[in-house]
Write a protein that binds this ligand. Structure first.
Ligand SMILES: [Zn+2]
Length: 328
């Protein structure tokens, strides 16, 4: 069982929320579960766009951009817990969630060198609702300045924002980075059958970005020249398969500090840190998804690596602590 320890958020600019990391407290007693110690964001007035810096080390900084706010319903979860037990983690059947994307910026080292802008996932791309583009604008990044989009996986709420309403690419100079196994799954090159509607979207995205698309990656350290040229910064693609066959956690390592962007390892933070065996219906391979969740949250807790997740309520980051419960 885990717990998320978070920091606080406060609004400093119109339409912008900026976060200040505060050390979290863990109250632990006895038997392993997890807790995410994350931001207990209490915003007085909901700003139109929620953008906040969550992490920085050396020349690297990470911002959360909330694409859409939202809740997860208790009805989409199943697992060993009884319905009654599960419901205790929700309020009126809902748990706060939303959809986040993350912007990684690596400042140039030489005078005049451009920063490297990498998005991790791109939100839903829902006309009139998705705020990714406003969030990027608030962060001072134009669509043509996005160099890469790293994809944790290719579900619609993570790749929809890569295409305009007309089906055109919205980041003209960006290369898409996706796990080979994920690409193969959605393009019908694996033995498993994907959801056809989502597969059609994934195919459209891959086609729209086919020029300049880097080779899909294998799990392990990413070896893209633009990344390896940045001294003291590395990105490792960790195998978090289960949610989808190529679901990836990105581990950033900058000047010795680490941050894991965990994708959809967690859908309802209120439930799944405490009961990591519970799964949302979106997990393709349930036993594998449970294993990945436990393994990666345990790694984050043991090595005190901060995490950030796509469906963890804004600003989506925190530290993971193992929580102990007294068993009777
Ligand atoms: Zn998702």
């Amino acid at each position: 069982m885990f717990e998320l320890i978070t920091s606080h958020a406060k609004s400093v600019l119109p339409g912008l929320s900026v976060l200040h990391g505060l050390p979290g407290l863990v109250v632990a007693l006895l038997c392993a579960a997890f807790c995410l110690i994350g931001p207990s964001a209490s915003l007085a007035a909901e700003p139109a766009v929620q953008v906040g810096p969550i992490w920085s080390s050396g020349a690297v900084s990470v911002l959360t951009i909330q694409d859409v706010p939202g809740d997860m319903s208790v009805d989409i979860f199943s697992g060993p817990a009884s319905q009654e037990e599960r419901a205790k983690y929700f309020q009126a059947g809902k748990a706060p969630a939303g959809v986040n994307a993350f912007l990684i910026q690596v400042q140039g080292q030489a005078a005049g060198e451009k920063p490297l802008n990498m998005l991790v996932d791109a939100g839903f791309g829902m006309a009139g609702a998705s705020k990714l583009m406003q969030g990027l604008a608030a962060a001072g990044v134009a669509p043509e300045q996005v160099d890469f989009v790293l994809l944790t996986h290719m579900h619609g709420d993570h790749i929809g924002g890569l295409l305009s309403a007309e089906g055109q690419r919205v980041f003209p100079n960006a290369g898409i980075m996706v796990a080979r196994i994920e690409k193969d799954y959605w393009t019908g090159k694996s033995s498993q059958t994907p959801n056809p509607e989502n597969a059609a979207l994934a195919t459209k995205v891959l086609e729209a970005y086919s020029s300049g698309l880097p080779q899909p990656f294998e799990f392990g350290k990413l070896t893209l020249p633009a990344l390896t040229a940045k001294a003291g910064f590395a990105v490792e693609a960790l195998d978090a398969s289960g949610h989808t066959p190529g679901h990836t956690v990105f581990m950033l390592d900058a000047a010795g500090q680490k941050l894991m962007i965990i994708g959809d390892l967690v859908h309802a933070a209120a439930l799944q840190f405490a009961l990591p065996e519970e799964c949302a219906r979106y997990d393709v391979d349930v036993p594998q998804a449970v294993k990945a969740r436990k393994r990666i949250l345990a790694l984050a807790a043991e090595q005190e690596i901060e995490i950030a997740g796509m469906h963890i309520p804004f600003p989506g980051n925190g530290k993971v602590a193992v929580q102990f419960r007294l068993l009777h």
